[in-house]
Design a protein around this ligand. Structure first.
Ligand SMILES: Nc1nc2c(c(=O)[nH]1)N[C@H]1C(S)=C(S)[C@@H](COP(=O)(O)OP(=O)(O)OC[C@H]3O[C@@H](n4cnc5c(=O)[nH]c(N)nc54)[C@H](O)[C@@H]3O)O[C@H]1N2
Ligand SMILES: Nc1nc2c(c(=O)[nH]1)N[C@H]1C(S)=C(S)[C@@H](COP(=O)(O)OP(=O)(O)OC[C@H]3O[C@@H](n4cnc5c(=O)[nH]c(N)nc54)[C@H](O)[C@@H]3O)O[C@H]1N2
Ligand SMILES: [Mo]
Length: 777
């Protein structure tokens, strides 16, 4: 692996031969040949397993291969023959392993048996499951209930999630932070206020009826590539797609469907975006304000001329609240301010608004480019305002479509993984399992970090994920993590979080979803919810990586049995023996969503949970859809104009799934060989005196007594707006202050971190040269 990156603008379409080549490389590198044939047969198909990569919908009539390049990569990564076994851990101390980067750690392969950290030798040593559970249980019994955190990443099934939330609540707290807190929590806060539901309203079939799509801040080619199949179909009907993204992401530009022989042979890609605009990071509220302003102006004209109104007045009158306040704010807003904050021209904003105004049924798609900002909630609510103006919700072919991250991140919230008590039917839990659930809200991800920094947390249980890499404020968090009394990490592969030991640390290996989960009543089914509220069953097909692995439900049950007093109403062992019993419990606690759960497992395309807003029923405080006035035009909140302070976007490459790094190529952005790069506008680079391809240091431009700085970034000229730069997550997380989060949702604002950049004379090679340190005080 070279330390210096090569960059050449990628001109090939998304998909196409490039994706086939990349796939072949990954299957070979991981040696996961056994998994390749099953991709067509089982992947995302009824009767098969559901992809562990993204949460995009799985169609009722699947394509010949219902997988994408990145879903296949994720599968090969899981089913690799490589093993991080006891011999591996005997060879390496944790201090040694901490010098490796994310790729090198996970690339050691699957974990094979339970391990406990031995401080004397600085190594993980094998421990029996029984001993591990007995010790974990005994320790948990001794802690103050509020001082234990139960984190969950978004990959676990609905069954695992339900059992895990019950474990936490029966233990005595609601400390259930999850990966969603770093992701679409903004959506979960914004949408209930606007439309009375925490989830999107769009179903896959709406795409067949839409006549315009707006997309804000999402990278389809890398992060939800199967959606390109749907967009391709939409484009065949000549439907316009308007994209707003500071970067020109190839996935939104062109797609060559590798499964479409005709297209492949004639090399004729489909154009995806019909209009592509590059606002600056945090510029979306201003963009949408401008669009709203244009709509109002055109509506004034149509009213004066006695023509058909541009606004959907009937919808606004009958279904919404707060239009007047919103309208006056929009009218009061000056174009000059809008254009400055948006970073794109008035003409461009008006052109986008024109396309929107010409359409009758519009779908709005968005991702982390809206949610991970200090005013992320305002971002999402502004998008809702825009939809309300023309009644684009609660009708076919229209609505709001947040693209979720992890494959079951939406579902885990649905079945009770939530720190907020008002999201959970505690009374029903209390009655059914005769216990007193804690009534006080628990800690979300940021609050859990705060509590760890303050020394208030004794134990952290991590069900999946890589907490210390995913969160902000990495340096301080790694330091304070060592003061924890207990860290229990339930995982499939080795990651950085496992290498920062607490006083007692366990590493418990588990199955991946594509593996056969054999329990007392035979192989088990698990379920998950996709981005469009549809529930799917998943059946593992492959032999587990090691005979010593235990399933997640079993591990949760064993911890519960060891830590809790017995409760006759919660037969953990029976549930583990037959997950259908857990589904019966889910159906009993959430009857509206999961009635008759076990009978509906194999409905092609999954079964949809009801969402009232789809039928224009508004479960909000006003009983109507609420227009919300944004607090500022800029989602970063800082309308300061120091040209030397840049806004850093941290994002994903095409060769990673979150903190899991598959390799050093970001093919669709034409960047190869290194992840320690920063993408920058050439004019900014020249103005700030940095050489082309030179090395630079980034320093967070805030004044809070903590010095956050990282060197060794190779500066790459890239097509993005002046003042905005981009680099990779998780490498850059050391630069993000813990308090830099979305005001209302506490989602870390990873998309607009204020930084300064300076040239470094000495070339520091490659990876993970993090030098964040706290100022002496
Ligand atoms: N292969 C693969 N698939 C994944 C993941 C993965 O890592 N790899 N991760 C999964 C997870 S958990 C999630 S949450 C999703 C994430 O999927 P995305 O939501 O696509 O997240 P990011 O890669 O962080 O990129 C966000 C996009 O927003 C743009 N952006 C940044 N700031 C702004 C802004 O201010 N305004 C606008 N309009 N755009 C902006 C960036 O240029 C980028 O294109 O993907 C899921 N799927
Ligand atoms: N700067 C910055 N930070 C971000 C983001 C960003 O865009 N920028 N994005 C945020 C987002 S959207 C998210 S969702 C979080 C992600 O945060 P997490 O969900 O915590 O992180 P992952 O990288 O998905 O976790 C990877 C690890 O999960 C384990 N794993 C994989 N599969 C399984 C399984 O089936 N079961 C179990 N038990 N373990 C498994 C493996 O050991 C692997 O090392 O990061 C957030 N952090
Ligand atoms: Mo996410």
């Amino acid at each position: 692996m070279a330390d210096r990156a090569r960059h050449q603008t990628y001109t090939q379409p998304t998909g196409g031969w490039g994706s086939i080549k990349s796939l072949a490389k990954h299957v070979t590198k991981q040696g996961a040949f056994a998994a390749a044939p099953g991709l067509v047969r089982d992947h995302n198909k009824t009767g098969g397993y559901m992809c562990t990569s993204c949460a995009w919908a799985k169609p009722a009539k699947p394509h010949f291969g219902e997988f994408c390049e990145n879903g296949a990569k994720a599968t090969f990564w899981d089913l690799t023959p490589r093993r991080a076994d006891r011999a591996f851990f005997a060879r390496h101390t944790l201090s040694e392993l901490r010098k490796r980067d994310d790729f090198a750690l996970e690339n050691e392969g699957r974990l094979t048996e339970p391990m406990r950290y031995d401080p004397a030798s600085d190594r993980y040593v094998p421990v029996s499951w029984d001993e591990a559970f007995a010790d974990i249980g005994a320790r948990l019994k001794g802690y103050d209930r509020e001082s234990v955190v139960f984190y969950m990443s978004g990959r676990g099934s609905l069954e695992t999630s339900f059992m895990y939330q019950l474990l936490a609540r029966m233990y005595g707290n609601n400390n259930l932070p999850d990966s969603s807190n770093m992701c679409h929590e903004t959506t979960s806060v914004a949408l209930p206020q606007s439309i009375g539901t925490p989830v999107g309203t769009v179903l896959l079939e709406d795409f067949a009826q839409t006549d315009c799509i707006l997309s804000f801040g999402q990278n389809v080619g890398t992060n939800s590539p199967r959606l390109l199949h749907t967009l391709e179909e939409v484009r065949e009907r000549n439907v316009p797609i308007v994209v707003f993204n500071p970067l020109r992401e190839r996935g939104w530009e062109e797609f060559l469907n590798p499964q479409h022989i005709g297209q492949m042979v004639t090399n004729s890609p489909v154009q995806i975006a019909t209009q592509y605009y590059q606002p600056r990071a945090g510029g979306d509220i201003a963009v949408m304000m401008g669009m709203a302003k244009a709509l109002l102006a055109w509506d004034d004209d149509s009213k004066a001329a006695g023509a058909k109104r541009v606004l959907d007045i009937a919808f606004i009158d009958e279904h919404t609240h707060g239009f007047d306040a919103f309208e006056s704010r929009v009218r009061a807003c000056l174009w000059e301010d809008i254009v400055r904050e948006a970073g794109i021209a008035r003409g461009e904003i008006e052109a986008a608004a024109r396309t929107y105004a010409n359409a009758n049924s519009v779908i709005a798609i968005y991702g982390m480019g809206l949610t991970q900002h200090r005013l992320g909630v305002d971002n999402v609510q502004m998008l809702m305002n825009l939809l309300f103006m023309r009644g684009n919700i609660g009708k076919k072919g229209a609505g709001i479509c947040p693209i979720r991250g992890h494959s079951n991140v939406q579902g885990q919230r649905t079945v009770g993984i939530a720190e907020k008590t008002d999201l959970v039917p505690l009374d029903r839990l209390a009655e059914r399992y005769s216990f007193s659930p804690p009534r006080q809200d628990g800690l979300n991800t940021v609050e859990a970090c705060e509590a760890i920094i303050e020394g208030k947390i004794r134990a952290f249980i991590g069900l999946g994920g890589n907490f210390l890499r995913a969160i902000p404020e990495r340096e301080l968090m790694e330091e304070r993590w060592r003061d924890l009394d207990l860290s229990v990490q339930i995982a499939t592969k080795l990651n950085r979080t496992h290498l920062v030991p607490a006083k007692t640390t366990y590493l418990l290996p588990t199955l991946v979803r594509s593996e056969i989960d054999e329990q007392a009543t035979g192989p088990q089914i698990v379920t998950m919810e996709d981005s469009t509220t549809r529930i799917h069953a998943s059946r593992g097909k492959y032999k587990p990586a090691s005979p010593h692995l235990r399933s997640e439900p079993r591990i949760v049950a064993e911890i519960a049995k060891a830590a809790l007093l017995p409760n006759g109403r919660v037969p953990w062992d029976e549930w583990v023996g037959d997950y259908a019993l857990v589904r019966d419990e889910i159906a009993a606690i959430f009857p509206a969503d999961f009635g008759d759960f076990n009978a509906r497992l194999d409905i092609p395309g999954g079964f949809a949970r009801p969402v009232a807003a789809r039928d224009r029923a508004w479960e909000t405080n006003t009983g109507r859809a609420n227009f919300k006035v944004p607090q500022a035009l800029n989602a970063s909140f800082d309308e300061g104009n120091d040209p030397d302070i840049l806004r850093l976007i941290t994002l994903r490459s095409n060769d990673q799934f979150n903190t899991t790094v598959y390799g050093y190529d970001d093919r669709l952005r034409g960047i190869h060989g290194s992840r320690m790069i920063v993408m920058m506008n050439r004019k900014d680079r020249e103005r700030l005196g940095i050489e082309k391809d030179g090395t630079a240091r980034l320093t967070t431009a805030v004044d809070d007594g903590i010095h956050r700085s990282m060197g060794g970034f190779q500066v790459i000229d890239y097509d993005l707006p002046s003042g905005t730069i981009a680099a990779y997550y998780p490498e850059c997380n050391a630069l993000i202050p813990l308090w830099h989060y979305s005001q209302e949702s506490k989602t870390p604002a990873a998309k607009s971190v204020p930084v300064r950049i300076e040239a470094e004379r000495r070339i520091i090679p490659g990876h993970l040269k993090v030098t964040a340190s706290r100022a002496a005080n």
